[in-house]
Design a protein around this ligand. Structure first.
Ligand code: NAI
Length: 421
């Protein structure tokens, strides 16, 4: 289809050449997705499928969307966060023939208008990051659900929302929780968020991390990665948690664990990665002058910005993605990227090498839903284990790393229970 003004909304099409180059650069580090794309080109497993995608519009996502298109899907895309879009990539996607609705810094009205534009394409499958598309489809367009065979979900927060929908009996089609694949959360959430959150923090502030008191709220997959990477740069990392097992894990990984209330007066930097609401809340009162607060969880509700605003005499942007809140008592606190996910707002999100596996999971799960949907129920499914293992195997092969294989004798041994000698 030729592009008309009605089937895209991006900042500036003239940015497309830059976007194309950066998409090609990311592709170099995405060998697994490349193999999937080559097979999709041959086999066309998604032929004619209308695929509605609500994802962070980054170079890595572009490689995924091109893979889906190569598989025969008619892809329409919008951003899964108002601040994460890379405008050059959005422009390039339009040139590649993918209707794209995403502008970095779009307001909430535009954000939802863009979601609606994707839903207007009457998708047969959804590909979501945070469940906004699926949630809007269920709430505002239940009549369209009949078109949908299933979908996939990228992130922890989206999976939590979907499981809540399933529990309430509200979910009307099957969704594969891509986040639950080992080759997704063990690498993307941990190493990806760990590195890219620091990338966002450093690009936004250029602060030295060595010697800083660096508080990580939440020691889940993302928190573990962030804590270990911040420690690697010499920060004194302190973890806050609500889950006793994860708190204990943080202690035995060598981190100081305490409450946010307790550590707030000493904290230089506080980053939330919990997927929870108002994690940084009344403790704001105790933060010291100059403290920096940011978030890398999915939604911008982990920091109670309303409360911060109540304490502030004035607010002003002092650098890109850094807002100074001057409090009535004279202290200045700095909020990064309006509390939105720091790695994707102030930097480029995860490196391509980890998104390679996440997005191979997405592509193969979309294929799996296309093949299996008639046998599936409106539930949240995990990525089939053989897909997960195959992605790990392909990644290792691409990295040139061989591993041993079980001998027949070992297989029998591991499957037996009668003798222990
Ligand atoms: P997770 O479930 O593995 O970990 C979250 C942790 O936060 C849990 O251990 C939980 O006990 C803890 N937590 C909850 N409430 C807390 C509170 N009030 N104080 C301290 N700790 C608290 O989740 P995961 O995979 O680490 O994801 C976290 C968030 O990051 C989610 O919103 C997810 O969608 C998002 N995410 C963001 C990415 C990015 O690119 N920025 C990439 C992947 C995930």
């Amino acid at each position: 289809m030729t592009q008309t003004e009605t089937n895209y909304d991006v900042k500036d099409l003239a940015l497309a050449p830059k976007g194309r180059d950066r998409i090609a650069w990311a592709a170099i580090e995405m060998p697994v997705l490349r193999l999937v794309r080559e097979r999709f080109e041959r086999e066309k497993p998604l032929e004619g499928l209308r695929l509605g995608c609500c994802l962070h519009i980054t170079t890595e996502t572009a490689n995924l969307l091109l893979t889906l298109k190569a598989g025969g899907a008619l892809v329409t895309a919008c951003a899964s966060n108002p601040l994460s879009t890379q405008d050059d990539v959005a422009a390039a996607l339009v040139e590649f023939g993918i209707p794209t609705y995403a502008i970095k810094g779009e307001d909430n009205t535009t954000y939802y208008r863009h979601l609606d534009a994707v839903l207007d394409s009457r998708p047969n499958q959804t590909m979501d990051d945070g469940c906004d598309l699926v949630s809007r489809l269920h709430q505002d367009r239940p009549h369209q659900i009949v078109d949908v065979q299933g979908g996939t979900e990228e992130t922890t927060t989206g999976v939590i929302r979907l499981k809540a929908m399933e529990k309430d009996g509200a979910l009307k089609f099957p969704i594969v929780a891509v986040n639950e694949a080992d080759t997704k959360h063990m690498f993307d959430n941990r190493y990806g968020t760990g590195q890219s959150t620091l990338d966002g923090l450093l690009r936004a502030t250029n602060v030295l991390l060595a010697g800083k008191v660096f508080v990580v709220c939440g020691y889940g997959w993302c928190g573990k990665g962030l804590a270990s990477r911040a420690r690697g740069l010499g920060a004194h990392v302190v973890v806050t948690e609500v889950d006793p097992i994860r708190a204990l894990e943080a202690v035995m990984d060598g981190f100081q664990v305490t409450t946010l209330e307790e550590i707030a007066p000493k904290a230089d930097i506080v980053i939330t990665v919990t997927g929870n609401l108002n994690v940084v809340d009344r403790q704001i009162r105790k933060l010291k002058d100059g403290a920096i607060i940011g978030n890398s969880g999915h939604f911008n509700d982990e920091i109670n910005i309303g409360f911060l605003d109540e304490l502030a005499e004035s607010r002003r942007i002092v650098r890109d993605f850094v807002e100074e809140f001057k409090l009535f008592d004279g202290r200045k606190l700095y909020l990064l990227a309006d509390g939105r996910l720091l790695n994707l707002s102030a930097a480029e999100g995860h490196p391509a090498a980890v998104m390679d596996m996440s997005f191979a999971n997405q592509a193969l799960s979309a294929e799996w839903v296309a093949k299996q949907h008639s046998t599936l129920e409106p539930k949240v499914y995990v990525v089939p284990r053989d897909i997960d293992e195959e992605i790990a195997r392909l990644k290792l092969t691409a990295m040139g790393i061989p591993i041993d294989v079980l001998t027949e004798e070992q297989k029998v041994y591991l499957a037996s229970w009668q003798s222990g000698t």
